[in-house]
Ligand binder design. Structure first.
Ligand code: SF4
Length: 356
């Protein structure tokens, strides 16, 4: 198997699902690093890594999906439930801009009180106020699916309405592990994996941009991880490269029903490398400072080419993530690993380059 994979990578051929299983289960970290770097070199300079300065704006924690791995949500009647007022949303955006960032991601719960018009109004007001000086991930695919269901609209209708409101991205967040069995075990009220893939295809067909995400470290099997990667690779083939990147996080096991253990750094690096090698049609592999802190920067040796510097994400912080807000320290860690960090602009007004 080792020789076959070495030759396939040299010839720029695809690895199979069985070979991906070998990468997860048997390959040495040294081989994974070598192979992932060879695939990364097809797309990127090896002495640099791009980064974003960003925050997640958790606009509501009210949710009816009740995923057992979630530490963030509150049910509709909970006194701890909230919806952020617009002024607080603006204050969070202003803070990012003041720090030199140009990007926020919106992520909340399945809140039955927030219909499509709330999102249209929120996002169109942000565009009106900030123009193209800020970019934002409007919702995750999962939230968009819920809004469609709540308002009895098709995915295409919701996408069109959001696009008309100034939205450009609906990110692939909320994916965790994309198999129907995993969804049934942990979040039967969220979506099925088949429906998720369909919704993401509609997002791309609507002219909106999207990304892939994946979270490891629940109770998923290696076969389930490979199935998730296969679904992403197939969608990427079908859409001619519509997905900008894959961002891989690790599960945080605190203060929720599922519990469990943190993913060790070496297991994360193994996953990053396997993803880089298997997803030969996804240009950008993003490593997660939010969930792996400095270990995420070592992940740049295992196929990743991009990292986030996050200021806030209540969802993962409630589950145990610890955020380091010292931007220079994180950049220094990337340099210590041998990568010159290069700011990746998201806003259209940025002059240092265009990311997508
Ligand atoms: S993970 Fe998302 S959809 Fe699931 S309970 Fe938490 S907020 Fe709701």
């Amino acid at each position: 198997m080792r020789e076959v994979i070495t030759q396939k990578i040299a010839r720029q051929e695809r690895v199979s699902d069985a070979e991906a299983t070998y990468l997860y289960q048997e390959a040495s970290l040294e081989d994974l690093r070598t192979w992932a770097t060879a695939v990364k070199a097809r797309f990127h300079r090896l002495d640099q890594a791009t980064y974003l300065i960003m925050r997640i704006i958790n606009y509501t924690n009210v949710c009816v999906a009740k995923c057992d791995y979630c530490s963030f949500y509150r049910l509709p009647k909970s006194p701890e439930g909230y919806v952020l007022p617009q002024e607080q949303i603006y204050a969070k955006i202003d803070e990012i801009l003041a720090l030199g960032g140009d990007f926020v991601g919106f992520n909340g719960g399945f809140n039955p009180k927030l219909k499509l018009d709330w999102y249209e109004n929120t996002f169109s007001q942000i565009r009106k106020r900030y123009g193209d000086s800020i970019e934002f991930y409007a919702l995750t695919i999962a939230e968009m699916m819920y809004v469609a269901k709540l308002c009895r609209l098709s995915y295409a209708e919701v996408c069109k309405a959001l696009k008309d409101a100034g939205v450009r991205w609906i990110t692939g967040g909320g994916a965790e592990i994309l198999t129907n069995e995993f969804r049934q075990r942990h979040s039967p009220q969220k979506y099925t994996a088949d429906d998720y893939m369909h919704a993401q295809k509609v997002v791309l067909e609507s002219g909106l941009k999207s990304t892939a995400t994946m979270v490891i470290g629940f109770d998923e099997t290696i076969e389930e991880r490979v199935e998730h990667l296969r679904r992403v690779r197939e969608l990427q083939d079908e859409t001619g490269g519509g997905l900008f990147s894959l961002l891989s996080w690790t599960y945080k096991p605190y203060h929720n029903d599922l519990g469990g253990q943190e993913v060790a750094a070496a297991e994360y690096w193994r996953h990053l490398a396997t993803s880089r090698i298997y997803l030969d049609n996804v240009r950008h592999m993003r490593t997660s400072v939010l969930t792996q802190n400095e270990n995420a920067l070592t992940g740049l040796h295992f196929g990743a080419n991009d990292f986030d510097i996050p200021l806030e994400d209540e969802v993962t912080q409630m589950a145990g993530a610890v955020i380091n807000q010292d931007i220079q320290a994180i950049l220094g860690q990337a340099r210590a690993e041998g990568f010159e960090p290069v700011f990746r602009p998201m806003a259209l007004t940025a002059t240092t380059g265009v990311n997508a």
